[in-house]
Ligand binder design. Sequence first.
Ligand SMILES: O=c1ccn([C@@H]2O[C@H](COP(=O)(O)O)[C@@H](O)[C@H]2O)c(=O)[nH]1
Length: 281
Amino acid sequence: MTGSLRAGFGRRLSDAVRARGPLCAGIDPHPSLLLAWDLDESARSLERFAMTAVEALAGEVAVIKPQSAFFEAYGSAGIAVLEKVVREARQAGALVLLDVKRGDIGSTMTAYAMAYLDEHAPLAADAITVSPYLGYGSLAPAIGLAEQTGRGVFVLARTSNPEGAGLQQSVHGSGDTVAQYVVDSAAETNADAEPMGHVGVVAGATIRPGELDFSRLNGPILAPGLGAQGATVQTLQDVFGEALPNVLPASSRDILRHGPAVADLRAAAHRVRDEVADLVR
Ligand SMILES: O=c1ccn([C@@H]2O[C@H](COP(=O)(O)O)[C@@H](O)[C@H]2O)c(=O)[nH]1
C-alpha cells in the first residue's frame, strides 16, 4: 500500500489518498489521553497507547502522523516505541509522516535528513515536518534526500496556532507574507512534478479563508487543527477553496479521545475521513 519508494512521494501520497481517503490521523500520546485511557505515564503505557492507535488506524487511513515530542519525553524508551510505531504503521500500509519540525543550518540539516529520510535510518519515515525559520534554502539537504529516497517534507507555512499569525503574516523581502513566500518556494521545487511534488506545506485548518494562494503549489497541504483546535470539516472548504483536493486534513486528539477500544477509534477516524471525502467529491 505505501507503494514503491521509486514512485516518488507525490505519487505515493496521491495513490494512498485515492485508496484510503483524505485523512492524516495523528498519534499524540498526551498525558491527559493516557489518563483517559486508564493508563499511567510509563513507557509501557506509552507503547500500549501508541500500538493500540496503530492497530486501529494504520490499516485504514492514508497517513499516520506520530508527534515525536510525546515519545521523546520518555527518553530512549520512548524513541524505541516511536521506532516501532513507524515500522508497524508502514507495514500496515499507511504512509508515516513523522511530526518532528526540524530546521537548522545546512550541515546539521543533513544530519536530520539522515536521521529521518535515509532508508537505513531506524526512524526512517515517509515524510517529516520541517521548519523554514533558518531560511527555505537551509532545508535543501532534507528536500534533496527526500527526493532521492522517494520521501517527502512538509514545510511550516501558516501554522494552526494563534501565536503563529504575527510572524507568518509579516511581510517578507519578496513583498509577500512570510507564509506565502514559503508556499511559493515549495511551488518552485515542485514545478513540473507529476501528479504533484514531494514538498508539502503546513497550513492550519484554522487560518483565515483565502489567506494564502496555493494555486502554483503543485504539492500537498497538511492541514492540522480539526476538532481539538476548533476547525471543522466544513471550514476546510472556506479556507482552502480550489486547493481542497490537495489538502490532507489532520486530526489527533479528536480521534484519540474515542479510545481505547479499537473499533471506536476506527469509527471516529472513518467519520472524519468520510466527511472530508464528501466535501472533495
Ligand atoms: O500548524 C501546526 C503544525 C503541527 N501541528 C501538530 O498537529 C497535531 C494537532 O493535534 P490535534 O490534537 O489534532 O490538535 C499536533 O501534533 C501538533 O503538534 C499543529 O497542530 N499545527
